[in-house]
Design a protein around this ligand. Structure first.
Ligand code: GDP
Ligand code: MN
Length: 354
């Protein structure tokens, strides 16, 4: 529980809201969601909150992504809840489906093992496709290509607090490349070789790929400063701590960069999205923590957010529907690793609040 009320943003140069609507220039940004037609109600549930708390002030466009065509009912219903432009987009099968060189026999055997260890979605091919798409393809989707910033959201998530400033302008004016709210450990079985393969990648080209690492990278966030061998022993040094990606705000110029792309394409070539169950959250997290400047990663402490089963409820009178100051995971503390971000990486000015 936080004692000091949260008062964001701390940055002085931020344009807080629209004083003169006709003059206001939006950032090149979109609200992005992947969903199935069957998730219509959950999508509406969350869009209502995003509109009320944030987007009705700005009218940023939405991009809806699906591996199938969205049906008429889906498209017509969504329109009722926002004035923004809506783009309903299909993900092409050659992007969505697993590459044909994946060894089906090996995949089947590995997934049987993961399933026996109760790793969620191990057996669900569409889930692997989704994670791979969010790891290495969403920013190159023809529709997404026109945008610089995205805010990813998911059906049935909650946004509790008024956001009275333009979060995309915040990203732009402060040179942020990635924003998150919640951070937690992953199941090590799902990403057994992700860190090993990352090290393999960095050692390529006569170790020259190491030069892709940012000189102010958030590496201690990933390795837990090597203080906790228990946490890193199954994964060859990665603590599995990651930014939860079901809410994230990002600058796609970063994801489109040579560093991120050559790394994630190397990862893909190992088949780990299918022989293991790599999530897009640890992939994004390792990517930004290695290849970006840690000062450009932002913890949005002021965004009240819930994706089952975790909640972040800021201590602020701008929030309702959650318990102010109730941080995350009150029953699931051992899974929370946000303190690693605070302790190892957060700059001192950001820490003053505690
Ligand atoms: P979890 O949060 O890891 O339990 O995964 P979710 O089931 O919430 O899936 C993550 C996001 O991808 C959600 O926005 C889902 O709607 C979406 N999603 C997952 N699988 C599929 C799929 O096969 N097709 C489509 N269209 N969306 C999917
Ligand atoms: Mn989800």
């Amino acid at each position: 529980i936080l004692k000091t009320p949260i008062n964001e943003p701390k940055t002085n140069n931020l344009i807080k809201s629209i004083d003169n609507p006709s003059d206001y220039k939006l950032e090149n940004a979109t609200l992005m969601i992947m969903a199935r037609n069957s998730e219509l109600n959950g999508v509406i549930y969350t869009i209502k909150q995003i509109e009320e708390k944030f987007n009705s002030k700005f009218n940023y466009p939405y991009v809806f992504l699906n591996n199938e065509d969205f049906n008429l009912k889906f498209k017509e219903k969504i329109k009722k809840f926002t004035k923004s432009n809506l783009y309903f987009e299909k993900i092409q099968p050659e992007i969505w489906n697993q590459p044909n060189w994946i060894n089906k026999e090996r995949q089947k055997n590995e997934m049987k093992l993961l399933k026996n260890q109760n790793i969620a979605y191990a057996n669900k091919l569409s889930y692997h496709n989704m994670c791979r798409f969010y790891s290495m393809n969403f920013y190159n989707h023809p529709r997404m290509k026109q945008f610089k910033y995205y805010w990813r959201f998911e059906p049935n998530t909650d946004y509790f607090c008024n956001i009275d400033y333009d979060v995309f302008k915040f990203m732009e004016l402060n040179n942020k490349i990635y924003g998150f709210v919640i951070s937690l450990y992953d199941s090590h079985q799902s990403i057994k070789s992700l860190w090993t393969e990352t090290i393999n990648f960095l050692n390529l080209n006569n170790f020259n790929n190491k030069n892709l690492i940012n000189s102010n990278a958030a590496i201690n966030f990933l390795t837990e400063n090597l203080q906790n061998p228990e946490k890193t022993k199954f994964t060859n040094g990665y603590s599995t701590c990651h930014f939860w990606s079901n809410f994230e705000i990002g600058n796609m110029d970063f994801f489109r960069s040579n560093a991120y792309n050559s790394w994630v394409n190397y990862l893909d070539s190992t088949g780990g999205f299918y022989y293991e169950r790599w999530g897009d959250a640890p992939v994004h997290s390792i990517g930004v923590s290695l290849f970006a400047n840690k000062n450009d990663i932002h913890w949005f402490r002021d965004i009240g957010y819930k994706h089952h089963p975790y909640t972040n409820c800021p201590n602020s009178n701008k929030c309702n529907g959650c318990e102010p100051g109730k941080f995350t995971f009150d029953n699931l503390k051992d899974q929370n690793c946000l303190t690693n971000w605070w302790n190892f990486e957060m700059d001192d000015s950001a820490k003053q609040i505690y």
